[in-house]
Design a protein around this ligand. Structure first.
Ligand SMILES: NC(=O)c1ccc[n+]([C@@H]2O[C@H](COP(=O)([O-])OP(=O)(O)OC[C@H]3O[C@@H](n4cnc5c(N)ncnc54)[C@H](OP(=O)(O)O)[C@@H]3O)[C@@H](O)[C@H]2O)c1
Length: 314
């Protein structure tokens, strides 16, 4: 009490103000430094050498879009790749491309992740004996246009497909591959969430909810298994130019190849990432324009819906 009396109330308030400004400046500088390390410096100073985690990578949903781009990029960085998707013809085509372009071995597994639990025994058998350094849980299913929960056509199948493809696949593939990584004390698991998994998205409830699962699953798994040498990364992209987004205008979209290349550079540096600088900026902007107090209201939902309609082809 005696020492405080050396300062007048005005001086105390000024001191508090200066400390607050300093704290905000430090926070901003720290975020900027982190952003620079994750999205800019990672181009030349990568988080990890992915090839040092084991000779094989496994990619689900690997014949198109982001999954195909990860498969190519991992092969380019020295890994053999197991490709998993529904169409054998597309699988064989991508496998041939990878072998010819990058000189790596491939293995294809035909599986439909909407079929639920029944497919995993055979996937596990096909992966037997492979030393797997990286698992990319990429396969995903979406309802092509924003709709209220009860307005979705064929709702039973839609709910099943979304749960099986977006959540069950992530948990089951991890359950199959993680034990050998733990035994070797190293491994990388990349889970493809989405910006729609960052918070509730009315009109895309099921997709948003399943992608939140992917994000929460990754973050908690990373904490559980990081001490055992395993890196788990949650990737939350915005728009990437793929079949999934073919009904949207190409405005501000990354190509899947650029996205996969940049996102892979961030492994080992960021356990939760938008994947690349432009997506990180877009996410920041989105958060500023639609803070939770606006986003989670009928007005916010209407605005998001209008913007998303504007971005769609007529
Ligand atoms: N594109 C974006 O803007 C964006 C943004 C945020 C998050 N994501 C997420 O990124 C991931 C990949 O999306 P994408 O845009 O690259 O998708 P995409 O271009 O539609 O490719 C999907 C891939 O998954 C396979 N696939 C689809 N359904 C399958 C099933 N039931 N069983 C097995 N394989 C199946 C497809 O091959 P087959 O047809 O041969 O089976 C294809 O190889 C998804 O998890 C998505 O939610 C995408």
């Amino acid at each position: 009490m005696a020492s405080l009396s050396f300062f007048s109330p005005e001086q105390l308030l000024t001191g508090l103000g200066v400390l607050s400004v300093l704290w905000l400046c430090l926070k901003a500088a720290w975020s900027l430094a982190q952003g620079l390390r994750i999205y800019v410096l990672s181009h030349v100073w990568k988080g990890v050498d992915v090839a040092s985690y084991g000779p094989w990578a496994v990619v689900t949903g690997a014949t198109a879009g982001i999954g195909k781009a990860y498969a190519h990029e991992l092969a380019r960085r020295g890994l053999n790749v197991v490709l998993i998707s529904r169409s054998l013809e597309k699988l064989e085509q991508v496998a041939t491309e990878i072998e010819e372009q990058h000189g790596r071995s491939t293995k294809v597994i035909q599986a439909d992740f909407t079929h639920g639990l029944e497919i995993y025994e055979s996937i596990q058998a096909s992966l037997q004996g492979l030393e797997i350094g990286i698992l990319v849980n990429n396969v995903g299913h979406v309802i092509s246009k924003p709709l209220c929960f009860l307005d979705v056509d064929n709702a039973d199948k839609c709910i099943d497909d979304l749960v099986h493809c977006n959540m069950l696949s992530t948990a089951k593939m991890t359950q199959i591959v993680l034990p050998q990584m733990v035994a070797r004390k190293k491994g990388i698991i990349i889970n493809m969430s989405s910006v729609l998994g960052r918070r509730p998205f009315p009109m895309s409830i099921m997709y948003s909810g399943t992608k939140t699962f992917d994000d929460f699953f990754s973050r908690a798994l990373d904490i559980e298994y990081r001490p055992k040498g395993i890196i788990v990364q949650s990737v939350l992209p915005l728009f990437v130019n793929t079949n999934m987004t073919s009904h949207y205008r190409k405005f501000l979209m990354s190509t899947s190849e650029t996205f996969a290349h940049k996102a892979l550079n961030t492994v080992g540096i960021a356990s939760r990432t938008s994947g690349c600088l432009s997506h990180s900026f877009q996410y920041l902007l989105m958060n500023k324009l639609f803070p939770d107090w606006l986003h989670l209201t009928s007005l916010g939902t209407w605005l998001v819906h209008r913007i998303s309609n504007l971005l769609m082809h007529k």
